[in-house]
Design a protein around this ligand. Structure first.
Ligand code: 6GU
Length: 225
């Protein structure tokens, strides 16, 4: 799978994919992530990519021309399954969307900044608009990193047994159960006995109960769907 990300602040995205599971996904050749600097696609002086909004108001708006230039240049070599604009007024991202997007071959993500991007680009080129939650970020870059991580780790072969996605919170609409490791007794705080029993039937049952209980307490909304 390939994920291309267009941004005016590529520096923000130099770190998130260079470590841990995202790094391994790329080393294994299962995921390719390219960060594209929008400023390389403008024909305006001083690499300008944004301008004042028509009608007035605070903030700057990213112009349509550099966006179309970048998109058309990238489309010469890549056919995108989705052109995703990261925006707080998009559809709220969730695990189901991550699962669906992980089945695609090529994704393009566009990060807005300032007040956003010219509406005409959204109307004519964007196929999906996604938000990562009901709060405001300074730009779409951190959201693009969140999507790329959650999608990338679902690509078959990226996770191994220890990091299996099957036991993740949300994968089955249940929160994950508590986990423990050494020492078995820390200053009198003991690990639940069942986990030390070696009885895997009981352990699985305990974990399932804990998942359900935790979900009931913390996220009852997940159970009533
Ligand atoms: Cl995708 N972008 C911005 N700027 N803020 C957000 C967001 C996206 N999702 C939640 N807040």
């Amino acid at each position: 799978m390939k994920i291309d990300i267009i941004t005016v602040v590529p520096e923000i995205l130099s770190g998130p994919f260079s470590h841990s599971i995202m790094k391994r996904a790329q080393t294994k050749g299962l995921l390719e992530v390219n960060v594209i600097n929008l400023r390389e696609y403008t024909t305006y002086a001083r690499a300008q990519v944004d301008d004042y909004p028509f009608g007035g108001g605070a903030g700057m708006v990213i112009m349509i021309e550099p966006l179309v230039n970048a998109l058309e240049a990238l489309q010469k070599t890549t056919e995108y399954d989705e052109v995703i604009f990261l925006t707080p007024d998009g559809e709220t991202f969730n695990q189901k969307m991550a699962n669906q997007l992980s089945l695609k071959k090529n994704l393009l993500m566009i990060c807005g900044h300032y007040k956003g991007i010219d509406q005409r680009f959204r109307d004519h080129f964007v196929t999906k608009e996604i938000s990562i939650g009901d709060y405001v970020l300074s730009g779409g870059e951190l959201a693009a990193a969140v999507l790329t991580d959650s999608i990338g780790r679902l690509i078959p072969g990226v996770l191994n047994d220890e990091t299996s996605a099957l036991s993740d919170s949300f994968q089955d609409d249940l929160l994950a159960p508590p986990v423990y490791t050494r020492p078995e007794n820390y200053k009198g705080w003991k690990v639940p006995e069942v986990l030390m029993s070696g009885n895997h039937k009981n352990i699985d049952q305990w974990r399932a109960e804990q998942s359900l209980e935790r979900t009931r307490l913390r996220r009852p909304d997940l159970l009533n769907e």
